[in-house]
Write a new protein. Structure first.
Ligand code: GDP
Length: 444
């Protein structure tokens, strides 16, 4: 799985991790290669674009932590964006509904529906102790019903007795009835496929859905078909409505384009993946684990996570000290802004702090909101060390230079300085009364 991408990303990022300093040009060059690697892995263009944009934005704005190298930071950023693209949290098949819970499997012929139905049934029986009934609604392909019956025997899961000549909708109805009578927890409906999406197929799926009220409708798609699988998911979702996907043949998919783009394009989670012809060739889809596997740099990722944790604690302590002594310069403001955006922006932070409503109002009145974080940070990073430590020296010509450097204007810089002054004054007052540090610790 993902071998080709793994190899490409590995060599691109390895080229960065050993280096001491990284310029914006280094990052851009690496991202151009990342972009190419993703496109070669058959990831949807729109997904590639938004991925590289987000990585660039974060890589350029990221403060590099003392104990790690800039390239390692980039690895972490790429990793986190990969996880995000894959869907952040793993989403399991949901059985949280009154029994019998109906799981409807849909997809094209040969995608692996029947095999996957049996794999899922086996797993639910063995690992979750569920009583499962499977039914094949495939009356088109000769022997399809018999195939499911045999698989059922193999995995020791009950299948609905076959009645020759019965139509799919009636079979579905009978399956739900039988499950109710038999006290089954779950009914898996293995529907018929076609070689391509057509109107009769969609009508049939809609009719089955109507009579069986499935709690899950899982599209089974062959990962080897790449972007076709993504488009298939889109059309099935529009016509029938799907709750998630199963990508099969991931064992043979070195590129991973479907797996990498389907969530971002359709918004539907990949719930499980097929990793072999055998009945235990099924895995849950965990975005973080997959991202780790693709990058193969889990050690660097955890290194950066640890460094970030310690730096957060160090920063909080030194900030508390500064506030108590009444010193709060623009470096501190930049650190604060970075912390704030990490913590869900203004709303997130103010919500955690009792009595901070007034400050929030003041900041809002000064025109300060979440969207401005990045511009504010850009302004501060365009300043010299001396300017950050002592904003009073910022006169007209310096402001002009900073505005040009940060792509903003003098008015915006003045706004930032005003906000900083307000915060510094307030913190001085709080620090003077000796109760600032506790409050600020809450803020960081
Ligand atoms: P259906 O027409 O959608 O029901 O497809 P089947 O379940 O009959 O599967 C078609 C073929 O794909 C069978 O030979 C399966 O063994 C194979 N298959 C299904 N899932 C996987 C998988 O995850 N990996 C591999 N390698 N083969 C699979």
């Amino acid at each position: 799985m993902f071998e080709s991408l793994q190899e490409r990303l590995g060599s691109i990022l390895n080229g960065l991790t050993g280096r001491g300093a990284l310029s914006e040009a280094d990052v851009s060059a690496a991202l151009r290669e990342v972009r190419r690697a993703l496109l070669e892995a058959d990831v949807a263009l729109e997904v590639v674009r938004s991925f590289t944009d987000k990585v660039r934005e974060k890589a350029v704005g990221a403060a590099v932590l003392k104990s790690i190298k800039p390239g390692q930071m980039v690895v972490k950023i790429v990793h986190d964006e990969l996880v995000d693209m894959l869907g952040a949290e793993g989403v399991a098949i949901d059985l949280n509904a009154p029994a019998p819970v109906v799981v409807m499997m849909v997809g094209l012929q040969g995608s692996g529906k029947t095999t996957t139905s049996a794999k899922i049934a086996k797993r639910l029986t063995e690992r979750q102790n569920k009583k499962v009934l499977m039914a094949s609604l495939d009356t088109r392909r000769p022997a399809a019903q018999e195939q499911l019956r045999q698989l059922g025997e193999q995995v020791k899961v009950a299948t609905l007795p076959i009645i020759a000549g019965q139509n799919p909708v009636d079979i579905a109805r009978r399956a739900v009835q039988a499950a109710k009578l038999g006290g089954h927890d779950v009914v898996i409906l293995d529907t018929a496929g076609r070689t391509h999406v057509d109107e009769p197929l969609m009508v049939e799926m809609a009719d089955i859905k109507k009579v069986s009220s499935p709690h899950e409708i899982l599209l089974v798609a062959d990962s080897l078909t790449g972007q076709d699988a993504v488009n298939l998911a889109k059309s099935f979702d529009e016509r029938v409505g799907i709750t998630g996907l199963v990508l099969t043949r991931m064992d043979g998919d070195g590129r991973g384009g479907a797996a990498l783009s389907v969530r971002a394009v359709t918004g539907k989670p990949i719930k499980v993946i097929g990793t072999g012809e055998k009945m235990d060739g099924l895995e849950e889809f965990h975005p973080k684990r997959i991202a780790d596997r693709i990058l193969g740099m889990g050690d660097i990722v955890s290194l950066v996570e640890k460094a970030a944790e310690t730096i957060d604690a160090e920063q909080a302590a030194s900030m508390a000290k500064k506030i108590q002594s009444g010193k709060f310069d623009l470096n501190d403001l930049a650190a604060q802004l970075q912390q704030m955006s990490k913590m869900g922006g203004m709303g997130g932070i103010m919500g955690m702090m009792p009595g901070m409503g007034k400050m929030k109002d003041q900041l809002a009145a000064a025109g300060f909101d979440d969207k401005m974080f990045r511009r504010q940070l850009a302004i501060i990073s365009s300043m010299t060390k001396a300017e950050r430590a002592n904003p009073d020296i910022l006169k007209h010509s310096r402001k002009k230079r900073i505005a040009a450097g940060s792509g903003t204007d003098a008015a915006e810089i003045n706004k930032l300085l005003k906000m900083h002054r307000g915060m510094a004054d307030m913190m001085k007052a709080m620090g003077g009364k000796g109760k600032g540090s506790g409050l600020m610790r809450g803020m960081m």
